[in-house]
Design a protein around this ligand. Structure first.
Ligand code: ADP
Ligand code: ADP
Length: 210
């Protein structure tokens, strides 16, 4: 199954994607995580991406396409993937449709996580990431275990001004993808992402089983 998690920054895509990946045994392909790994490793790709990420702008499509193409060719993604934070605009959606068609696949479903802007800003302020595992926590809603907490970091692009720009970019470029997939006849499941993590997870699993 090929599934897209769509939603604003902070809507819970990474959190739900990690849980789903474990439940379904399907890898999560998160372009944001891949880019952060590249920045940390100091690769050429990371150097190209960093300025865009720090400003809350989208990294150029060609960079993302090459990265996803390589990742999809890995054996663990042979039967499907959970796309988190990708595609983010019409051009990326078109190239993903084409890439999947080339291997006899297509997007089976889109899960669209809806969360209020105020909630989003609160969530981003409390987001912490474990750089060793890439797992995402929240100081209040999902605190890291005591032994992990000291090594958790705040993402540099989670400062309020950058979050607001990312929300603008999301509204302009990414939100219209809901219509793209509806028009393509792909089931788009709208989920209220403002509820507790377990409730959201339960609803998504229920929807996918149907
Ligand atoms: P969030 O989970 O808050 O939505 P991500 O981790 O998905 O954030 O992305 C962080 C940043 O990485 C984005 O603001 C953007 O600069 C870059 N990025 C991630 N995925 C993509 C993509 N598919 N296309 C372009 N830029 C991306
Ligand atoms: P995204 O990948 O869409 O940017 P994340 O999964 O990283 O979003 O979640 C953003 C922040 O909100 C994290 O700190 C996460 O722990 C927290 N969070 C995620 N889902 C929920 C939820 N349902 N309720 C409260 N906080 C949540």
């Amino acid at each position: 199954m090929d599934l897209i998690l769509l939603g604003a920054p902070g809507a819970g895509k990474g959190t739900q994607g990690a849980l789903l990946s474990e439940k379904l045994g399907t890898p999560k392909i998160a372009t944001g995580d891949m880019l952060r790994d590249a920045v940390r490793a100091g690769t050429e790709l990371g150097r190209q991406a960093k300025g865009y990420m720090d400003a809350g702008e989208l990294v150029p499509d060609a960079v993302i396409l090459g990265m996803v193409r390589e990742r999809l060719a890995q054996p663990d993604a042979a039967n499907g993937a959970i796309f988190d934070g990708y595609p983010r605009n019409a051009a990326q959606a078109a190239s993903l449709d084409e890439m999947l068609a080339g291997i006899g696949r297509r997007i089976d479903a889109v899960v669209y996580l809806e969360v209020d802007d105020d909630d989003i800003v609160r969530r981003m302020g409390g987001r912490r990431t474990d750089p060793e595992t890439g797992l995402v926590y929240h100081v209040e809603h999902n605190p890291p275990p005591a032994e992990i907490a000291p090594r958790c970091v705040i993402r540099p692009d989670d400062v309020e001004e950058t979050v607001r720009n990312r929300l603008d970019v999301y509204r302009r470029s990414t939100a219209p993808l809901v219509e793209h997939y509806r028009q393509a006849g792909v089931p788009v499941h709208t989920v209220d992402g403002g509820r507790p993590i377990e409730a959201v997870q339960g609803e998504i699993l229920g929807l996918l089983e149907r």
